[in-house]
Write a protein that binds this ligand. Structure first.
Ligand code: ZN
Length: 760
């Protein structure tokens, strides 16, 4: 070691920091799923916050289509516009395929057995419906998942006929004698999508076109045109119906192709006369006439108008869930996270979802109508804020009524999750369902889909400020408060993301990528934080001096430590995870057994020189005012957050400091510290009751007795709601008969695939 000093000057950008509103009594619904327009163009029907809504165009107020409790998705209009077909989901009775008369509301169930039903679509004569039966997934389970595939059924009912095993988004051809479908999945799929057609009996397979990045292929009712997305943007081109499969792309020169959406679009669908395309982005509804985009079409104006970038506001507003009544916790040790404040033998009073008072027992008056809990010997602290969580919404599909991912987090005291890599449509829809009280879960924030700098059908091509502004606009349209700049190779690309974010008021949480030089340029360029640890340890004073001059945080995720084995291995090696009853109650056995029973044993020194050495540097950073956040990376929902907490303490941080990283630091990071992160009057009622004192023994943190999120109180052992609004939790799919403990049965062999996030 040759100690030395050097004089250096660095130009540092102001760190991107914006306040984020956590709770609103009423909120605008941003995630409009599965939107379809009636053949007469007068009615829009869509799924939002779990249910179907109808809106009279252009300015009607959206109203529920039914009053049912089962979730409702993927509506389709009959050609006469009198009925819709749609699918439902119930965690215990599973899904149905419904046919509903819009006037009068009579319903007819078309499926004869339970299962996961998807994407119904009518034949042009209205006599038949084609749909998909899904095999299953890690959220809804695999019960009744056999014989998955595409089916047709008569509107008058009767036995369904199987068409084929593969394919998604099936539709009848205009003539009704063939079925179109696509393969290759939704976002995050292979770079080889195909659009195919078969006869109704599944024979005579034809591949009409393939596409590397194309998706959401939507043929016009007259089959003359195809609309599609490519890297988020929306295009239209004549439908390739030739013998030879062609490659479809927005950049193709061989056939006319036009871009219709500036930033992005989903729910692509056509007017009945095939002359207009509709789509949505966030809570905006767009319609474009083909003649305004193709000058060779009859009726086209001399000069084609600019793209519509505003659309029509759909305007669904929902009331946020707030529990009734008052609760008082007394005689508890309270770690408020207001500075170093610890109240021994204190009282907290909560009314609705707000903390009314906190203080010594003697100083706090308990209202007469309060439900009182004597918590002598227990510790109360703010709920854990996991700023780098992956909560399973990386997939695309229907939403379960109960997500075991969310329940596992709440059962272990995580009351806020920020997911920096997810499927925008899924995670923001779930965030709204939780806000509306249609789903139980922690507060859910996300960057949505990452701004990916490498290859993939979801990559974000960044070569200008306009590119980055477009990427941020389409992400913010879903309600994102932050974006994940992910391995954009050039520094100027990352700076373009920062500049766009500065202009649009969005946080930027970049992927660290195990690249020391990228990380320091991220700090200098004003990134809100750096996700994942700096891949070197120990960190010397130059980095500390450099970094402490900014407000940039670090989320080390020691659980997946860069530069060493993952910290999670330490806990699989030193604890019998499969014996954790609470964890097993909220997690499919398949997820735990494979990972914990057959565990990797690693020499201790690799941990000492691995995540523990990193953790020592984190103490140094935190001691110098560089805020460290807790991020459990979705490695193990719930318990993983405690592993991360304990690893922060392994580097020498005081238990109190480590607990701050898990609470107030995360709130500051996300701009939410006015409402969450500490226990103070006026703040939101997110707290946990621990059976022990984590200030003394940090490992007692996992002994969560009660979790309160937004004022709703749950006994953490079974996650039944208690307090003033008691209710018993329903069963997850893996608790039901025939679920096989959640082991997926795929073609007879038992196998399991744990979807990893694009983060490691
Ligand atoms: Zn990640």
């Amino acid at each position: 070691m040759i100690p030395f000093s050097a004089a250096a000057n660095h130009r540092m950008q102001e760190t991107l920091k914006f306040d984020t509103q956590v709770f609103l009594r009423k909120f605008d619904v941003k995630v409009i799923r599965h939107a379809v327009t009636s053949p007469d163009g007068k009615l829009l029907v869509f799924s939002a916050a779990g249910y179907l809504w109808k809106k009279e165009l252009p300015n009607g107020k959206p109203v529920r289509v039914t009053n049912d409790r089962d979730f409702e998705f993927e509506p389709a209009f009959s050609p006469d516009g009198q009925s819709i077909a749609y699918v439902t989901w119930n965690d215990e009775t599973q899904g149905t395929l419904q046919l509903l008369k819009l006037s009068g509301g009579q319903k007819q169930k078309l499926n004869t057995s339970p299962g996961i039903y998807r994407t119904p679509s009518f034949s042009a004569d209205g006599k038949n419906i084609v749909y998909r039966k899904e095999a299953g997934n890690g959220h809804q389970g695999y019960i009744n998942g056999k014989n998955a595939g595409i089916y047709t059924v008569a509107v008058s009912g009767g036995e369904a006929k199987k068409v084929c095993d593969e394919g998604e988004y099936p539709r009848f051809s205009a003539g009704g004698d063939r079925i179109f479908y696509q393969t290759g999945g939704n976002l995050f799929g292979p770079l080889s999508k195909s659009f195919k057609s078969v006869k109704l009996d599944g024979s005579d397979l034809k591949v009409l076109f393939t596409s590397k990045y194309g998706n959401q292929f939507s043929p016009s009712p007259d089959n003359q045109w195809i609309a599609f997305t490519e890297l988020y943007k929306v295009y239209v081109t004549p439908m390739p119906m030739g013998g030879q499969a062609t490659e479809l792309s927005g950049g193709t020169k061989s056939v006319p192709v036009t871009q219709v959406a500036r930033d992005a679009g989903i729910n692509l669908h056509w007017s009945a006369d095939s002359k207009e395309l509709h789509w949505t982005l966030g809570d905006r509804y767009f319609t474009e006439k083909l003649q305004n985009r193709f000058s060779f079409l009859e009726g086209a104006p001399d000069s084609l108008p600019a793209l519509d970038t505003v659309g029509l506001e759909i305007g669904l507003k929902l009331t946020s869930d707030v529990p009734r009544g008052t609760i008082a916790f007394k005689n508890a040790r309270i770690i408020t996270m207001k500075g170093d404040e610890v109240i021994e033998s204190g009282t907290i009073v909560i009314t609705g979802n707000v903390i009314k008072s906190v203080g010594k027992n003697s100083q706090v008056k308990i209202p007469a109508d309060a439900r009182i809990y004597d918590l002598k010997g227990k510790t109360i602290m703010p709920g854990i804020i996991d700023v780098h969580a992956h909560v399973g919404d990386f997939r695309y599909g229907l939403s379960p009524q109960k997500s075991w991912y969310y329940y596992a987090n709440l059962a272990y005291g995580v009351t806020t999750s920020h997911d920096p890599s997810s499927n925008s449509e899924m995670i923001f829809s779930h965030s709204e369902m939780i806000k509306a009280g249609n789903m139980v879960g922690q507060r859910l924030f996300s960057t949505g889909t990452i701004l990916y700098g490498a290859e993939g059908d979801f990559k974000a091509v960044v070569n200008s400020l306009e590119d980055t502004k477009s990427a941020l606009r389409r992400t913010a349209a879903y309600g994102a408060i932050s974006v994940k700049s992910y391995n954009q190779p050039r520094r100027n690309q990352r700076q373009q993301v920062i500049e766009a974010a500065r202009q649009l008021g969005i946080l930027v949480v970049p992927e660290g990528g195990s690249f020391f030089y990228h990380n320091l340029s991220m700090v200098a360029d004003g990134h809100t934080g750096v996700e994942h640890n700096i891949p070197i340890a120990p960190i010397y004073n130059d980095v500390i001096q450099f970094w402490k001059n900014t407000k940039t945080h670090n989320t080390p995720t020691l659980i997946v430590n860069y530069g060493s084995v993952n910290g999670e291995n330490y806990w699989y090696q030193h604890t019998n995870v499969w014996e954790k009853e609470r964890l097993m109650r909220f997690t499919p056995r398949a997820v735990i057994d494979g990972r914990s029973r057959h565990r990797t044993m690693i020499p201790e020194e690799e941990y000492v020189n691995g995540h523990i050495l990193t953790s020592k540097s984190l103490k140094k950073m935190q001691d110098n005012g560089i805020n460290i956040n807790l991020g459990a990376h979705g490695q193990l929902q719930g318990l993983g957050a405690h592993w991360e907490l304990w690893m922060l303490a392994q580097g020498g941080m005081s238990n109190h400091q480590a607990l701050k990283c898990a609470t107030i630091n995360g709130a500051v990071y996300l701009g939410m510290d006015k409402e969450i992160g500490s226990l103070e009057p006026g703040k939101l009622a997110d707290m946990i009751v621990i059976d022990g004192n984590p200030l003394k023994d940090i490992r007692t943190s996992e002994k969560v007795m009660y979790t309160m999120v937004n004022g709703r109180m749950y006994e953490a052992e079974h996650m039944n709601e208690v307090g003033n609004n008691p209710s018993k939790r329903g069963k997850f799919y893996f608790e039901q008969e025939g679920s096989g403990n959640g082991w997926p049965m795929i073609s007879g062999v038992q196998s399991y695939f744990v979807p990893g996030c694009i983060c490691r």
